[in-house]
Design a protein around this ligand. Structure first.
Ligand code: DHB
Length: 389
């Protein structure tokens, strides 16, 4: 009996997936945008939703004669919730595309839904290298940690930093950051004297920072997810680590534009490598930042916003090319797109479905009384090093 009920329910689930695809509404093009809108990673959701809405305001809400419907859902950053919402969006709302994914575990949990329902899934935030390998339907418009980490690992030893302690969030992107920073830094003749991993949720940085202080490296390399940098920087200052001569370097997540300006002078001089700064010097970026701030009470867009904005671009252009299509056709039209983003030139590699873009070396400086990541060096067209092996 139990078994029969189980078989019936799985058969029903399979049927409803097929029905969902067969009866997709022909007059609308639906984007299911799943984001952490509440909880510790809500800033990621807020930035991406604002960017998606800006893109639509600038580019209209019809493509190929179809009305674009943006359905925003809060997954509270819980992977089982992300997966359940994605299933509902595919089966009930019959979305053409799934998008968002504020953290690596949320994207990984949802990958099987994309594969089973043949729904393209655009990752706008999560940045562990392996995510694009979890489903052939995943396309990424954010970045990867190996891309970002290698830049600073090349810069540091050329600038007097020989002995480093790494401190990363203990999950996918942190482990990628640690590995790719360390391998490249060692290759360049540097020394990593300790690798520390802090819990991803509610981290208490104090005991880790004390340990770093005792080890007296030239610098501490950091990866923490967007939003967590403020607490880290505060404790870094409280322990007088900057005054003890320990430099802070990292991927640009730690000096996130969303929170950078509230960090105060302790952030001055911090050098990071990343794909986006709100002060990126291009006419397109100036227009983007101005429009974003105007629409959002002066909020400064960060790299999450840009991942969302560019993700919408990839979706819109694929929708145009397929006349509002779905499934494999829509996916194919996302691959190989090449365009100018507010971050600079950007390309979706058709083989890996991952983003190729410039990585910039930046230093926190005061510009007009505000703190910015000022780009001073460019590594052009960086492919994800996680895929080139
Ligand atoms: C991820 C999340 C972040 O906030 C970030 O800055 C980088 C990566 C992630 O979970 O993949």
């Amino acid at each position: 009996m139990q078994k029969r009920i189980f078989l019936r329910s799985t058969a029903l689930a399979a049927l409803s997936l097929v029905a969902a695809l067969a009866h997709a509404d022909n007059n609308t093009f639906k984007i299911g945008l799943i984001l952490p809108m509440t909880g510790p990673f809500a800033s990621t959701g807020k930035q991406i939703e604002a960017a998606a809405r800006l893109y639509m305001a600038q580019n209209g809400d019809t493509v190929a004669g179809k009305k674009v419907e943006l359905i925003v859902k809060d997954d509270t950053s819980a992977p089982d919730v992300t997966k359940r919402i994605a299933q509902e969006l595919v089966v009930n709302d019959k979305v053409n595309v799934l998008a968002g994914f504020g953290l690596t575990p949320l994207a990984l949990a949802t990958a099987p839904i994309a594969t089973q329902s043949k729904t393209p899934l655009v990752v706008m935030a999560a940045a562990t290298s392996s995510i694009t390998q979890a489903s052939p339907y995943i396309v990424r418009t954010s970045f990867t940690l190996p891309q970002a980490a290698v830049g600073i690992a090349d810069w540091a030893p050329r600038n007097g930093i020989k002995k480093v302690v790494t401190l990363v969030s203990d999950y996918g992107p942190g482990i990628d950051a640690e590995k790719y920073f360390k391998d490249r830094f060692l290759f360049n003749g540097g020394q990593v004297i300790e690798t520390l991993r802090v819990p991803m949720r509610n981290p208490d940085f104090a005991p880790f920072l004390q340990k770093v202080r005792d080890l007296k490296p030239d610098a501490m390399f950091v990866f923490v997810p967007s939003g967590a940098g403020a607490a880290l920087m505060k404790q870094f200052a409280e322990r007088g680590m900057d005054k003890a001569g320990i430099k802070l370097i990292g991927t640009g997540d730690v000096t996130d534009d969303d929170i950078l300006n509230s960090m105060g002078d302790v952030a001055l001089g911090v050098v990071t490598s990343h794909h986006y700064s709100a002060s990126h010097n291009s006419p397109l970026n100036k227009k983007f930042v101005e429009a974003f701030q105007k629409a959002n009470n002066g909020l400064r867009p960060n790299f999450m916003a840009v991942g969302g904005y560019d993700g919408m671009r990839v979706i819109y252009e694929a929708a145009k090319a397929t006349k509002g299509g779905s499934g494999d056709a829509l996916l194919e039209a996302m691959k190989g797109q090449i365009f100018e983003s507010p971050r600079g030139p950007m390309f979706i590699d058709a083989q890996t479905r991952d983003v190729v873009h410039n990585i910039y070396i930046r230093k926190v400086e005061k510009v007009g009384g505000q703190l910015y990541n000022q780009e001073f060096d460019t590594i052009k067209d960086v492919k994800d090093p996680g895929k080139t092996k």
